[in-house]
Design a protein around this ligand. Structure first.
Ligand code: NAP
Length: 303
């Protein structure tokens, strides 16, 4: 029986693995895809203390290697369902296997939120993307749009502006919520323009994206903007499907857990972007990983 099962190998899960290994807990980390979670798909991370300008992928690899060097065990698998059996939790994997563990840290992170307009699903992968880092290179010399006004949208637009001929940022409000320094940098670029107070009502194209239909919010004016690619950056949706049966997911889609990462289910902890929290950053995810292991240790001592 495992002392601790960690679901997810992003900064929260990997930090939890480091702390659990140092505490000599019998631990296994499940990684659904590659290690690092969202940071593996990020360019530079400029605000992780002590590592200015580190590449997301490099940071992800360093975190994983650190956990491995301390003896953490990893397995490539996806948890699809968790059951609370009192003194232990049962975790069902996508391949049908069931893993029992005395405690579980859900560090499953978040996935890009869908825009929910006609054409989005049909043209996904044919001009509709949620990852500028992954797909930006396909649009060298072309015209693309980015939808959103947060840090992801601004970072995506900055990245795309180095590759595409023209980038149009489309935002539903009249100001960006992204960090001011990045926003100022973006707004100063010659090949970037912004459509303020504008929403996308449809993504058009027959087999590949050819444009987006826009609606200006003040007057309702409609317009067809021709683009070759659409990058959607309208926030993240916590990955909580496997936790649904436990009733710990709130109406906002986040797991409800305090700063100590304890959920309402004894022995289940939530760390990183899956948890309701005001600041979603690598550094806060890593901090959650440490707090969750501390709380899990206290819980295990009561068994
Ligand atoms: P976010 O901060 O939630 O921003 C989402 C943006 O999309 C907002 O501007 C929002 O508009 C807009 N939006 C939401 N739903 C929409 C819809 N249906 N139609 C049109 N626009 C819509 O999400 P994020 O940018 O992915 O960032 C998530 C978290 O990660 C944030 O805490 C962010 O600071 C952090 N992050 C940090 C970095 C970094 O520090 N390097 C990089 C990336 C992300 P409104 O403004 O009107 O709400």
């Amino acid at each position: 029986m495992l002392d601790l099962l960690i679901l997810g190998a992003g900064p929260a899960g990997l930090t939890a693995a480091i702390y659990a290994a140092r505490s000599q807990l019998h631990t296994l980390v499940l990684e659904k895809e590659t290690a690092g979670g969202q940071i593996a798909l990020t360019g530079q991370v400029d605000n992780y203390p002590g590592l200015p300008g580190v590449q997301g992928l490099v940071l992800a690899e360093r975190l994983r290697r650190h956990a491995e060097q301390l003896g953490a065990s990893f397995r490539a698998a996806e948890a699809v369902r968790l059951e609370d059996c009192g003194a232990y939790k049962k975790t069902m994997l996508a391949d049908g296997e069931c893993l029992p563990a005395r405690s579980v840290i859900a560090a499953t992170g978040a996935a890009p939120r869908l825009l929910g307009v006609p054409g989005e699903e049909q043209l996904r992968g044919s001009g509709v993307s949620y990852c500028a880092m992954c797909d930006g290179a396909f649009y060298r010399g072309k015209r693309v749009c980015v939808i959103g006004g947060g840090d992801t949208a601004v970072e995506d637009a900055l990245l795309l502006a180095r590759q595409a001929a023209e980038v149009v940022l489309i935002h539903r409000r009249d100001r960006l919520r992204a960090q001011k320094a990045h926003a100022a940098q973006l707004l100063g670029l010659e090949n970037v323009s912004v459509r303020w107070n504008t929403v996308v009502t449809e993504i058009c194209g027959d087999g590949a994206v050819s444009g987006v239909r826009l609606r200006a919010l003040p007057d309702g004016n409609a317009e067809l903007l021709p683009v070759d690619g659409v990058f959607i950056a309208v926030g993240m949706q916590p990955e909580t499907a496997c936790l649904e049966p436990l009733g710990v997911v709130g109406e906002d889609g986040c797991v409800q857990a305090g700063e100590d990462c304890r959920t309402a289910v004894p022995g289940l902890f939530a760390a990183g972007d899956v948890r309701r929290k005001p600041v979603r950053q690598v550094v806060t995810a890593a901090a959650d990983g440490a707090s969750a292991v501390r709380a899990a240790q206290s819980y295990l001592e009561t068994l």
